[in-house]
Design a protein around this ligand. Structure first.
Ligand SMILES: Cc1cc2nc3c(=O)[nH]c(=O)nc-3n(C[C@H](O)[C@H](O)[C@H](O)COP(=O)(O)OP(=O)(O)OC[C@H]3O[C@@H](n4cnc5c(N)ncnc54)[C@H](O)[C@@H]3O)c2cc1C
Length: 635
């Protein structure tokens, strides 16, 4: 088999004038490795065989009698709301137990019709067919990490994919711990490796093919589970920063993974997917097969009109990781952020660059040398003053390469640090631990985000104007606006100052994530094909508000609203749009796509889900929703 023309090992977006992905112009079936095609064929046959078998053997299935001609059978472990088959506690746990955010609308619980946990494609098809004949809608859950708990919908069958791909030999969390938590469902790497050896590419929960460097995995697998498995093969996948985010929700909305600014969006590494459509068809989709659905699958987020049952992802080599961290007092926020904005385009293509406002732990475990760690912190354990952390995380090949990349940054860092760490070795495992500390479990969350206009930074007196700005803002097909002259009066640090300096709780954070140079290239996949994902700018800004007492709900959500009100008021000059991943469109609508892509997404959804079966954007069944109108404002 020919190696893939566009292996990610060679795909690193640099400041070159043309996007490397555009160098491969056309797609063809030959770009999909043959093993994927035969895997799909085998899996499709198995799904049909299982469906036939169900009609003869109902032992381990729950049959629904109401369907007049082709009774769909659901897995026995389906939990119904209105039935004698389970307690209300069991039902509530099935609905909410895997939802990360504890700010939950429990009034929805009695309106959820059933929670299904399919183990096979056949069982996913059965769940969709059941919804079809009973007139219910379908909502989907992979990792349960959407901030707004998009998987919990009224009048819907919730298809929770946490057991998809498991065999009898692979115990689910439920069997292992008696409870569906949100630490991933697939357990130990050794078990997954054994499972792959025993069951082979078509049946294994996760499978890595050395020749194509592609991994096949289920959508509820987390970034950490996948990377633990891939590390055994010397490979990695640039999944979400939080270890427990599910691949399903993450990839469908684009996926701002590790080193996104250089390696591109995680969905650019999806070469194919298996899906079950709203009509119960099992399909392999990619740029050659059902390209409209594949286009939508990279950017539609919860509006994807089908259920992904398997991803085929290009991996990249596992690299060494090093980090420099600069901790500043909040009074230096503007200076520090402007410095990061200025140097970002010149940094090594393996470098992720972040500015975050955070309260450091003031009470670290004395035996732990990491000033930021403490397993279960209370608000009193945090420094009352926020710290501005400038972070440079490098994926590279050696310590000497790391020193060469990090030294120029070090030489230019603004004076006034409270503390700094230079070129410290780190790893995905260590970074995942930090992310867990920053996003503590069992808390209430409210997040929102915006892409800030790339040209704002040029107005700062400390910045030299990027020369290619006019070219970039002319690229309307990739989601850029023309910006008003008024923007020239503002800098990015100006417009983010309020968020970074007034965090409402000590656990909360505000983040600026450098997206340049990825943001300077059209949003095309490595085969040069467009994706629904169509919004980006140099500056990704998000707030993550964290608290535990429900009495703080109004104050914390009110703070988020205030911050974004300030930005929305300046909209034309400041806001480009928003990322679905950190948004809640039931609270604030935003420009999630270019207008052209929003229109196309509406059409694709009509074609593939004309009856509005998939829960999507919480619209009514006729598709009357305002999310795809792509406007800004509060609901
Ligand atoms: C602590 C934390 C850290 C995060 N860090 C990052 C980050 O670094 N980068 C980033 O980009 N995002 C990040 N996010 C956002 C996260 O990627 C999104 O919220 C994403 O939707 C979560 O995916 P999930 O599968 O875990 O969520 P779920 O709630 O299970 O899924 C969200 C929705 O996506 C759709 N969906 C999910 N799976 C499928 C499927 N298989 N088929 C069809 N539709 C499906 C459904 O509509 C579902 O309701 C983070 C979120 C949290 C809570």
């Amino acid at each position: 088999m020919e190696p893939l023309a566009q292996k990610l090992d060679h795909l690193s977006i640099t400041s070159q004038p043309s996007h490397p992905s555009t160098s491969s112009s056309s797609s063809s079936l030959s770009s999909i490795p043959a093993w994927i095609l035969s895997c799909f064929a085998a899996r499709d046959r198995a799904a049909f065989a299982a469906a036939d078998n169900k009609h003869e053997n109902h032992d381990d299935q729950m049959e629904i009698d109401s369907h007049p001609y082709h009774p769909p059978s659901l897995p026995k472990n389906t939990v119904f709301n209105h039935s004698s088959s389970g307690s209300s506690t069991e039902f509530t746990d099935a609905v909410w137990g895997r939802v990360f955010n504890h700010r939950r609308d429990y009034s929805l619980t009695p309106h959820v019709h059933a929670v299904v946990r399919p183990r096979s494609v056949a069982e996913v098809i059965a769940a969709v067919s059941y919804a079809k004949v009973t007139g219910k809608r379908v909502s989907v859950r992979s990792g349960g990490h959407s901030w707004a708990a998009w998987s919990v919908r009224g009048d819907a069958v919730l298809v929770d994919l946490c057991e998809l791909g498991l065999s009898d030999g692979l115990p689910s969390l439920r069997e292992g711990h008696g409870h569906h938590g949100h630490h991933g469902a697939y357990g130990q790497t050794e078990e997954l490796v054994k499972d792959a050896d025993q069951r082979g590419p078509a049946e294994a929960c996760v499978w890595y093919d050395e020749e194509s460097e592609v991994v096949a995995c289920p959508p509820a697998m987390t970034g950490r589970e996948l990377n633990d498995f891939l590390a055994e093969k010397g490979r990695m996948f640039a999944g979400g920063h939080c270890p427990d985010v599910g691949l399903g929700g993450f990839l469908l909305q684009g996926g701002m993974g590790w080193n996104c600014k250089n390696w591109g969006w995680a969905c650019e590494s999806v070469i194919s997917m298996e899906v079950v459509t709203a009509d119960g068809q099992h399909l392999l989709i990619n740029n050659d097969s059902h390209p409209d659905l594949f286009w939508a699958a990279r950017g539609a987020g919860p509006g994807f009109p089908a259920i992904v049952t398997r991803f085929y992802l290009l991996t990249r080599p596992l690299m060494e990781m090093y980090q420099s961290l600069y901790f500043y007092p909040v009074s230096l926020f503007k200076k520090v952020l402007q410095w990061e904005i200025n140097i970002a385009p010149t940094c090594d293509p393996g470098m992720e660059i972040v500015c975050v406002s955070t309260h450091l732990r003031s009470n670290p475990n004395p035996t732990d040398t990491n000033p930021n760690s403490n397993p279960s912190p209370e608000p009193k354990d945090y420094d009352p003053e926020p710290t501005i952390l400038a972070s440079f995380t490098l994926f590279t090949t050696s310590r000497s390469a790391a020193l060469a990349a990090l030294q120029p940054i070090h030489d230019l860092h603004p004076p006034g640090t409270k503390h700094l760490i230079f070129c410290q070795p780190t790893s995905l495992t260590q970074e995942y631990t930090q992310q867990l500390l920053a996003n503590p479990e069992g808390h209430r969350y409210c997040s929102d985000n915006a892409y800030i206009a790339s040209d704002l930074s040029s107005s700062s007196p400390t910045t030299s104007p990027p020369s290619e700005l006019s070219e970039v803002f002319g690229a309307s097909s990739s989601g850029f606006h023309d910006h008003e002259q008024g923007a020239a009066a503002l800098s990015v640090p100006d417009v983010l100052e309020k968020a970074f300096t007034t965090l409402p709780t000590v656990q909360s954070s505000a983040l600026w994530f450098s997206m340049n140079p990825r943001s300077r290239h059209p949003l095309l996949d490595p085969q040069g094909q467009p994706m629904a994902l169509s919004m980006q700018s140099d500056h990704y800004f998000a707030v993550y508000t964290v608290w535990s007492d429900p009495r703080d709900d109004e104050r914390c959500t009110g703070w988020v609203k205030d911050v974004f009100k300030g930005l929305v008021e300046k909209r034309e000059a400041v806001l480009v749009g928003s990322y679905l991943g950190d948004a809640d469109f039931r609270v604030r609508r935003a420009r999630f796509w270019s207008d052209e892509c929003a229109k196309r997404l509406k059409e694709v959804r009509k074609v593939w889900d004309g009856e509005g079966r998939m829960g999507g954007f919480c619209e009514d069944k006729e598709g009357n929703d305002r999310v795809m109108d792509n406007g800004e404002g509060w609901v």
